[in-house]
Ligand binder design. Structure first.
Ligand SMILES: NC(=O)c1ccc[n+]([C@@H]2O[C@H](COP(=O)([O-])OP(=O)(O)OC[C@H]3O[C@@H](n4cnc5c(N)ncnc54)[C@H](OP(=O)(O)O)[C@@H]3O)[C@@H](O)[C@H]2O)c1
Length: 332
């Protein structure tokens, strides 16, 4: 200790003051970032949806017939937005449109059934026709597919990897290419795209899904900067698991919310909910935001330790899924 004091006394005062100032700056920046994180996750609400258009304007939701998309449709309808519901199964879309009509008689809905994995030009032309003259304020790029169970990349079927990339990447890009010009033309609007923790931390055994969501991360942030001058807010929504058919998790807990709770947080924290290392990206669910913050401020998202741990988890999930499939095959 004495040696340290002696050494410090030998440092010329201007150098000492400069070093102390630098230290205070570094600590101050960390403290500020922490306070900003806590405020954005627990205290502040995000941009109000009203900024983008009042009741009577339109929202387009892809993957609308189930899970998060269905919940987005419900919550946007409850706020008076008319809806264009896009998904694969027409009967499910019609049922949803009918339910919404009963519950929110003032809301108008249009449906468009298309299979994004087929990547057909006619489907996008038809989407354009369905959009017609609607005053579209909001696009929710929600449609997505993951692997049916975690699988090593080398054992992934060509069909599965083709369909994941076609739906998640091309489907999102082409839908946005149809809808975003309309939003930009009116000078204000919102484009939300569903990202995933798998696109934030590389996820072995879900490699193709992980890559497709990382693709969306860069695409969405690039688009955000391009469309900002035209009054369009573009945000990627980052999330860990939610209780839907895709995750196969049935029971919610603090870490795995229901679609209802997750979508409520997503629509009320637009642009908030803290992911300070990546622009135009937010993590609406509080415990996901905390998890992300801890990783970012310790090992970092691209660290091999995290990727190794992710592999371990997904190997376990695969084993359990295979055992379950075996049991079910024996029963049949
Ligand atoms: N659930 C999670 O834990 C989680 C976590 C992070 C991110 N995400 C992301 O959140 C988004 C929604 O996921 P989710 O959990 O709500 O999924 P989900 O419950 O499986 O619902 C998927 C929706 O997309 C539609 N869809 C699937 N494949 C399609 C295709 N080829 N063409 C057209 N529509 C298709 C489905 O239509 P049908 O009803 O006709 O099948 C359904 O409406 C995805 O982008 C996903 O990657 C989910």
């Amino acid at each position: 200790m004495e040696a340290i004091v002696e050494f410090a006394e030998k440092i010329p005062q201007p150098v000492f003051l400069a070093l102390a100032g630098l230290g205070a700056l570094v600590v101050g920046k960390k403290v500020l970032a922490y306070l900003r994180f806590v405020a954005s996750v627990f205290l502040l609400s995000g941009t109000s949806l009203r900024k983008y258009g009042g009741p009577g304007s339109w929202a387009v939701v892809t993957g609308a017939s189930d899970g998060l998309g269905k919940e987005f449709a419900y919550q946007l309808a409850s706020q008076g937005y008319n809806l264009i519901l896009v998904s694969r199964t027409l009967s499910k879309l019609n049922d949803l449109a009918e339910e919404l009509q009963k519950k929110y008689p003032k809301v108008t809905t249009r449906v468009h059934a298309m299979d994004f994995s087929r990547d057909r030009d006619e489907d996008y032309a038809q989407l354009e026709a369905v959009a017609g003259d609607a005053d579209i304020a909001i696009l929710i790029n929600n449609v997505g597919q993951s692997h049916s169970i975690p699988v090593p990349f080398l054992e992934t079927t060509r069909e599965e990897l083709q369909s994941i990339v076609t739906i998640n990447c091309l489907g999102t890009l082409k839908t946005t290419a149809v809808i975003a010009p309309r939003i930009a033309k009116r000078g204000r609007g919102l484009i939300l795209t569903m990202g995933s923790f798998a696109g934030w931390i590389p996820t072995p055994y879900l490699a193709t899904y992980s890559g497709s969501k990382a693709f969306l991360q860069h695409w969405s942030s690039s688009l955000a900067e391009e469309l900002k001058p035209q009054g369009v807010d573009v945000q990627l929504v980052l999330s860990y698991l939610i209780t839907t058919a895709m995750s196969k998790v049935r029971r919610a807990n603090a870490l795995i919310p229901t679609p209802k709770a997750f979508v409520r947080a997503t629509l009320s924290k637009i642009g908030s909910g803290g992911y300070q290392n990546w622009a135009y990206t937010y993590t609406p669910w509080w415990s996901h935001a905390v998890m992300l913050w801890v990783v970012e401020n310790t090992i970092g998202a691209g660290n091999s330790l995290g990727i190794w741990y992710n592999l371990k988890i997904h190997k376990d999930i695969r084993k359990r899924a295979l055992r379950k499939a075996e049991r079910e095959a024996k029963k049949a």
